[in-house]
Design a protein around this ligand. Structure first.
Ligand SMILES: [Zn+2]
Length: 263
């Protein structure tokens, strides 16, 4: 039971603050890992065993070059070996995921299976959003990992049957609606649209109650239109995973969803 795993985070304020700082540091480390993984997946490199290297000179990076945030600041955003400028993108996402980890812990006020599942989702959604933005494809491996997180999380829910059925119903309804919308848009535009966003929404709605699903869908639609306009203005493939991911994370953190069975 989740309640047995929980403990009040702020009962001793110093420990609460310490854990939030620790969560931030873990967030930066996981961001460093997942941004690198997404980059390798997009380039069809071995994401588990490959070595990180400079994109300009190809020099393999040492451990000292790979500390999240610190290495970038210490090297002033340049490659140690060739001096070429390293874009600040990874640094920005390391800080964002660090803040998300810290915020998730602070908002939830305890550490339990639900918080761990939320953190895992944040990591995976960052990875698949970056992969989608860079390649226009949502890799199935990330979606499989999200399903594994859901299957494990369900085992910790107080009412397994209810959450499973509600999650599956929401997932199937969203999948059906989005699949129809994708087919219609493909027909109107005369170009084949990807079913990746449909699969992603189906995976994420497993985690959300009706209120959370509505909140996530509302945010995803508004951001999706903005992302689509940005992509079109840059004459690049439309990436919807970032919009769907942001909608889901906001809903997970703020909506009254089953993942947060308070009390
Ligand atoms: Zn270099």
């Amino acid at each position: 039971m989740i309640e047995n795993l929980s403990y009040p985070l702020f009962e001793i304020p110093v420990i609460g603050i310490y854990l939030i700082v620790l969560a931030f540091l873990f967030g930066t480390v996981f961001a460093s890992f997942i941004t690198c993984t997404a980059w390798r997946v997009v380039r069809n490199e071995n994401w588990m065993l490959g070595h990180s290297h400079c994109d300009t000179c190809g020099h393999e990076l040492s451990t000292a070059d790979l500390f999240p945030v610190i290495s970038y600041i210490a090297l002033k955003g340049k490659c140690r070996y060739c001096g070429s400028k390293v874009p600040p993108r990874d640094l920005i996402f390391e800080i964002i995921l660090g803040l998300l980890f810290a915020g998730t812990l602070a908002l939830h006020g305890s550490i339990d299976a639900v918080v761990i599942a939320t953190l895992a989702l944040e990591v995976l959604l960052l990875g698949l959003s970056l992969a989608d933005w860079d390649s226009g494809v949502i890799p199935d491996g990330f979606l499989g990992a999200i399903l594994v997180v859901w299957i494990i999380t369900v085992g910790f829910m107080p009412d397994i049957h209810r959450y499973t059925i509600e999650g599956l119903m929401a997932s199937l309804c969203a999948g059906l609606l989005m699949a129809i919308a994708t087919a219609v848009i493909s027909k109107i535009l005369g170009t084949k649209q990807s079913y990746g966003p449909t699969k992603l929404a189906m995976c994420l709605l497993l985690f959300l109650h009706i209120r959370g699903a509505c909140m996530a869908a509302g945010i995803a639609v508004v951001l999706g239109i903005i992302f689509a306009l940005v992509c079109r203005s840059k004459k690049r493939k439309v990436s919807l995973a970032p919009a769907i991911s942001i909608g889901c994370i906001v809903a997970l953190l703020l909506a009254d969803v089953p993942l947060f069975p308070v009390g």
